[in-house]
Design a protein around this ligand. Structure first.
Ligand code: ATP
Ligand code: MG
Length: 262
């Protein structure tokens, strides 16, 4: 199963991606976590201690070759088998997860970021296609909508639109949700995060119902997430499986896996 996690900046995409990838790994699945952000920080949320994000190897842009047929879709293919990509460029993370970092922009301020963005987009799209089958992929997306405009998420099975309980965040999630549906992604679901109380929960449910969005999980606001973040540690390492946020992310993983027959 290939899961993309999208939504407004700061909504909790990286926290949910990293934690869910590891929880799936603990269920015995082979998980690849993909950092699709050009300012990567999924490593921390996964608890990769071997290297900070500066030391992680980003996928090289020339990993893809254009196909001869100009109408081919996708237009390019991987030069080396996906297993080799994972061996060479994957970073081992706890619970058997492998981390791939996509679009690190090496020199801020030099040149145009658009190329890094588009390379990342194609690499993710192709990886998603070629790695399908015996692995679960969790893609932590960049904030906003740009990556949805063809490419990056074309080949995912599930897209989770993450929203915090405030209007602009919900509106962004709704646009992400609707765009993903237009792209033909099989399952698009809303995930609420940082829900503090019954009133916020009610407001989100009402919003989801009004706009026809399927709400799959409500992750509570959890001080343990903030504390882990402050310490630069993975939520799972800092708080274990008892934190309310982890419990709900685990339930979410279970629902998604059950839906895919895993
Ligand atoms: N359930 C939660 N309870 C409390 N704080 C949370 C929760 N989820 C995430 N946070 C906090 O919210 C902030 C943003 O989280 P995170 O980095 O996961 O979001 P993001 O959507 O990946 O952000 P960006 O758009 O910058 O990539 C962090 O400080 C994180 O600790
Ligand atoms: Mg993030």
């Amino acid at each position: 199963m290939r899961i993309a996690i999208a939504g407004k900046g700061g909504s909790g995409k990286t926290t949910i991606s990293g934690t869910m990838a590891r929880l799936m790994g603990r269920r015995g699945l082979r998980v690849v976590a993909i950092d699709g952000d050009t300012n990567p920080n999924l490593a921390q949320s996964l608890g990769v201690t071997a290297g900070t994000s500066e030391e992680l190897v980003a996928l090289p842009g020339d990993l893809l070759v254009r196909k001869e047929d100009p109408n081919a879709d996708p237009p390019s293919e991987l030069k080396i088998p996906i297993d080799e990509v994972l061996d060479r460029y994957g970073t081992p993370a706890p619970d058997g997860v492998r981390l791939l970092v996509m679009g690190k922009v090496e020199h801020a301020g030099r040149g145009c970021k658009c190329r890094a963005h588009s390379v990342a987009r194609y690499v993710i799209a192709d990886l998603l296609e070629y790695a399908n089958g015996d692995r679960e992929l969790v893609v932590d997306m960049e904030a906003g909508l740009e990556h949805l405009s063809r490419g990056t998420t074309r080949h995912v099975d599930v897209l989770l639109a993450v929203a915090e309980p405030y209007y602009r965040s919900l509106e962004t999630a709704r646009r992400v949700y609707e765009l993903a549906q237009e792209l033909g992604i099989d399952q698009v679901r809303l995930v609420a995060n940082k829900v503090r109380d019954a009133a916020e929960s009610e407001a989100i449910r009402t919003y989801a119902e009004r706009h026809g969005l399927e709400l799959l999980a409500e992750i509570p606001h959890d001080e343990a997430v903030l504390r882990a973040d402050l310490d630069g540690r993975a939520l799972l390492d800092a708080a274990g499986t008892d934190s309310p946020a982890v419990r709900e992310i685990d339930r979410l993983a279970g629902v998604l896996l059950a839906g895919a027959g895993l």
